[in-house]
Design a protein around this ligand. Structure first.
Ligand code: ATP
Length: 364
């Protein structure tokens, strides 16, 4: 089991900087997600943590020990890649046992540990089968077994479910999470899929262009995005952004939007000029009392809820409301924004202006 800390980690490939200056801590036993779009530097960060890539600068600590110069083989980490390469000429038992055999672990202990892992993964029945005829799921379990059997300090997984179809992927995600809960080993998991990250992670780091945008609990990241990028990347549909020219003073608790006063969480940081108000679709309600209006442009039926697209003075906005509510195309409705959950971003740099409500959580 391990706590892993990275501090000011940076990686340059020639003139290109893949990871700018990342800092975060993975606590012992956490299921920790590195999330971001393709090319943002997730894999490079993971590879540096694993010792497969040398950082240009910065530090990596495993259980308090600086390991930046230690090779991967001495960091006691198991890496699970997207493509599970099993040894085709060996049966399941030998595939799982292989890391122990190469470490010259005594035969009787190998047998005990392989059988223990097979029990955890519920693959006892296929232990003596060749790997050739196995289903995708079983191959994945065998590959995991080979990683678990070493009892490493931590597991690193790089998009392990990336090649699977949607239904199977969801099933394996649940299985991986359940497995983690059984063995409790620190796991660092790379994904570009925000749903997967929200569903599986104890904590999430969101990266963009080599920069850590935010790190925290899934709910913190969803409710209090630190930047417009995070707000847009997380959530489906993503957060709505209403652009306006305005002022929010230190201690400010409202903004004026389209002539309407809208309450916001108390702000400790002021800003003036072009601002962006962020609101999640489920925090937009229809209200006859509200003077802030929108015209219904489209509706999308999703079963218990529907997504209604509305045109407002400040741009297009999506509301998630009950499917039981009747909505007519082109009608104009009053819109109420839940004042406890609004975020204001400075349009200039896209960072959230801190409020008392979110100041603590943004720090993670
Ligand atoms: P993906 O999910 O597409 O792998 P990622 O977020 O994991 O994305 P990285 O693989 O870490 O991204 O790559 C970050 C950037 O660094 C990319 O632009 C990539 O092209 C570049 N890069 C990665 N490895 C090298 C390398 N060995 N040499 C040069 N550039 C590299």
């Amino acid at each position: 089991m391990a706590q892993i800390t990275i501090r000011n980690l940076r990686k340059e490939f020639g003139a290109f900087t893949a990871v700018q200056s990342s800092s975060f801590t993975v606590e012992d036993g956490e299921f920790f997600m590195l999330l971001g779009p393709s090319g943002c530097g997730k894999t490079t960060t993971l590879r540096m943590m694993a010792g497969l890539e040398l950082p240009t600068s910065g530090e990596i600590f495993i259980d308090g020990e600086e390991v930046g110069m230690k090779p991967a083989s001495q960091r006691d980490i198991a890496f699970v890649f997207q493509m599970f390469a099993l040894y085709p000429h060996m049966n399941v038992r030998r595939n799982i046992a292989y890391p122990l055999i190469s470490q010259r672990v005594p035969r009787s202990e190998v047998k005990t540990r392989v059988e223990e892992v097979a029990r955890i993964l519920k693959i006892e029945a296929i232990l003596d089968k060749p790997v050739g005829g196995l289903s995708g799921g079983d191959r994945q379990r065998v590959a995991l077994g080979r990683a678990i059997v070493r009892r490493p300090k931590a597991f690193f997984m790089d998009e392990p479910l990336g090649a699977l179809d949607a239904e199977f992927r969801e099933h394996m995600a649940e299985e991986l999470r359940a497995l983690h809960d059984r063995i409790g080993a620190t796991t660092v998991y790379v994904t570009h899929d925000q749903l997967e990250a929200m569903q599986m992670g104890d904590k999430i780091v969101v990266m963009n262009h080599g920069v850590v945008e935010q790190f925290g609990l899934p709910q913190q990241i969803y409710d209090w995005p630190a930047s417009r990028f995070v707000a847009d990347f997380i959530g489906s549909p993503p957060m709505n952004f209403l652009e306006f020219d305005g002022v929010i003073g230190v201690g400010g608790d409202h903004v004026v939007l389209d002539g309407q006063r809208i309450s916001v969480p108390v702000h400790r940081q002021g800003a003036e000029g072009r601002l962006t108000l962020g609101v999640r679709p489920e925090h937009v309600r229809f209200s006859d009392q509200s003077l802030y209006r929108g015209r219904v442009v489209a509706t999308e039926y999703l079963g218990t809820t529907q997504i209604v697209t509305l045109a407002t003075q400040n741009g297009t906005i999506k509301a998630r409301i009950s499917s039981a509510d009747r909505v007519l195309k082109d009608e104009t409705v009053g819109l109420e924004l839940n004042s406890r959950t609004l975020t204001i971003f400075a349009a200039e740099h896209g960072r959230a202006l801190l409020s008392e409500a979110n100041e603590g959580v943004l720090r993670g």
